[in-house]
Design a binder for this molecule. Structure first.
Ligand code: PLP
Length: 519
């Protein structure tokens, strides 16, 4: 009996040892699973003779977890260590531009005179902040050759919506009711067709599978498919460089054809870090583009916000873009409202946009200078081409380089004859996590099967890029030698291994219940 009890106790002991963590890596349950109903964390003793005014009695027991302050702090700090970030290591997520956020930006955004102002303050008390926004508008106009800038959109996708609504507004003002179609290449980011549809347009896809680039021939075919003059085309949405990391070499002719048909050229500016300071999108025919301040200009991505996606538009489209825009007037700066700009499509969000991000982006521009911004593009393109040059003999490169700020490969050479020796893009991504790297973007763009999109950015050192290349070549060598089994197992040392991602997406469990704790 005693021996049995000892074993049982040892088992319990081991269980409790395992449940906290190993090697200073902590397992972390939900706060609800930690709660002790018999042990209130913060509770006031009932006061005698004085009625309670905290509402404690009336509220009754709603089952909030009872945990102490140190438990709460540890809970969130531990969870934060599960979150990989650019401050941890290499983050080569293609199309996302995960680059270092210089700390000088943070320092300036925390200056009390900027951090403590309120958007409801009267205009004359925030002239410095308005001047800052005005200067940022002007720098963006200068860099894009698109003279009118609205800073308010809160992310890239929000900028796309603002930009396409500007285009729609312009067509409405001109009475172009027949223009119902937007042309979008198949390599586009998913937000492009989603935006066009939200603006009430039909999307017509242009195939780029053959060369990875838009061709005049394919464009012409799409432009004239239902009307010989493209009279039903409202515009096109194109990323340049595109999401295969390639520069659209025929873009000038394509922009001319689109303009002849009365359409507007929307450029998804998420990949502007490849061009900044080198060429200006307004010079290759762009009418509207959004800029991801949280990509090109190094403001934090922030897990879905606060991003910032200003739009830059031509003189012709300026009256239709959203308000507010900062303008210079006699004696200072002024935020234009709809009254000043009656043709504007109106406000896209509360207040004036992510002001904290405007500070950081301007700080980035000023600390780099014009020569430094050119070096950003040069460094980003050089690093991506270095990776391409070191992987192209062992991975399938579908479209010939040189690439721009990111390079695309596929798993074609690693996919074997049978299921057993089949090493796929997913296996390669999971192997990278095992070796301490965040994976590249996988299965995007959708132009080909098994794509991998690698964007190192200019802020990565040669040392970390070489280690990444080392892992990628190791995978390719092992697969070639027939040692494929291991790649179906990785990752081994992460807190969670391979999740059933399809099930997680199709049957998400969004609510915790007591019975789940028993599982
Ligand atoms: C990142 C990105 C977007 C969307 O930007 P968000 O700020 O995430 O909304 C749109 N298009 C492309 C090509 C991108 O890379």
């Amino acid at each position: 009996m005693a021996a049995e009890r000892n074993i049982e106790q040892a088992g319990k002991m081991k269980q409790s040892l395992d449940s906290e963590g190993r090697g200073l890596q902590y397992e972390e349950n939900l706060l609800w699973e930690k709660k002790r109903n018999d042990e209130p964390a913060v509770d006031l003793e009932p006061l005698r003779h004085i009625p309670l005014r905290t509402g404690q009695d009336e509220r009754g027991n709603i089952g909030l977890p009872q945990v102490s302050e140190p438990q709460v702090v540890r809970h969130f700090v531990r969870l934060s260590t599960w979150n990989y970030s650019i401050d941890h290591g290499f983050f080569p997520l293609g199309s996302c531009t995960m680059k270092h956020n210089p700390r000088i930006n943070e320092k300036l955004a925390r200056l009390p005179g900027l951090a403590h102002i309120h958007p409801f303050q009267p205009e004359q008390t925030v002239q410095g902040a308005l001047e800052l926004m005005y200067n940022l508008q002007n720098y963006l106009a200068e860099l894009t050759a698109l003279p009118a800038v609205c800073l308010s959109p809160a992310a890239g996708a929000h900028g796309e919506l603002a930009g396409m609504m500007t285009i729609r507004r312009a067509h409405e003002a001109k009475g172009n009711t027949q223009k119902k179609i937007v042309l979008i290449p198949d390599s586009a980011h998913g937000t492009n067709p989603a935006t066009a549809v939200m603006c009430g347009y039909d999307v017509r896809t242009i195939s780029t599978k053959e060369t990875g680039r838009l061709t005049v021939a394919a464009f012409k075919e799409a432009l004239t498919m239902t009307d010989p003059n493209g009279a039903d085309i409202a515009g096109m949405m194109v990323t340049n460089p595109n999401t295969c990391g390639l520069f659209e070499t025929e873009i000038l002719d394509i922009a001319d054809l689109l303009h002849e048909a009365g359409g507007y050229f929307y450029c998804d500016g998420a990949n502007f870090n490849a061009l900044v300071g080198k060429i200006r999108p307004g010079d290759f025919g762009v009418d509207v583009m959004h800029i991801n301040l949280h990509k090109t200009f190094s403001t934090p991505h922030g897990g879905g916000g606060p991003g910032s996606g200003p739009i830059c538009v031509t003189e012709e489209l300026a009256p239709y873009q959203p308000v507010p825009v900062v303008v210079k007037i006699a004696g200072g700066y002024h935020l234009q409202t709809q009254d000043d700009q009656p043709e504007s499509l109106g406000k896209m969000r509360g207040f004036h946009g992510q002001f904290g991000m405007h500070i950081r982006a301007l700080s980035y521009m000023l600390s780099h200078g014009s020569d430094g911004l050119q070096e950003v593009a040069e460094g980003a393109v050089l690093n991506a081409n270095y990776i391409l040059s070191q992987l192209q003999d062992v991975y399938h490169v579908p479209y010939e380089g040189p690439c721009m700020h990111e390079c695309m490969i596929t798993d074609k050479l690693q996919k074997g004859e049978s299921k057993e020796d089949d090493v796929t893009t997913l296996d390669i991504a999971k192997t990278l996590t095992e070796y301490g790297f965040h994976p590249m973007t996988v299965y995007f763009p959708l132009v080909l099967p098994g794509t991998m999109l690698i964007e190192p950015t200019e802020t990565e050192s040669k040392d970390s890029i070489d280690r990444f290349i080392g892992v990628m070549r190791h995978v390719a060598d092992e697969v070639k030698a027939g040692n494929t089994d291991q790649f179906h197992e990785f990752p081994l040392s992460t807190p969670r291994r391979r999740l059933d991602e399809v099930k997680a997406a199709r049957q998400p469990v969004l609510r915790w219940s007591e019975d789940m704790a028993q599982l």
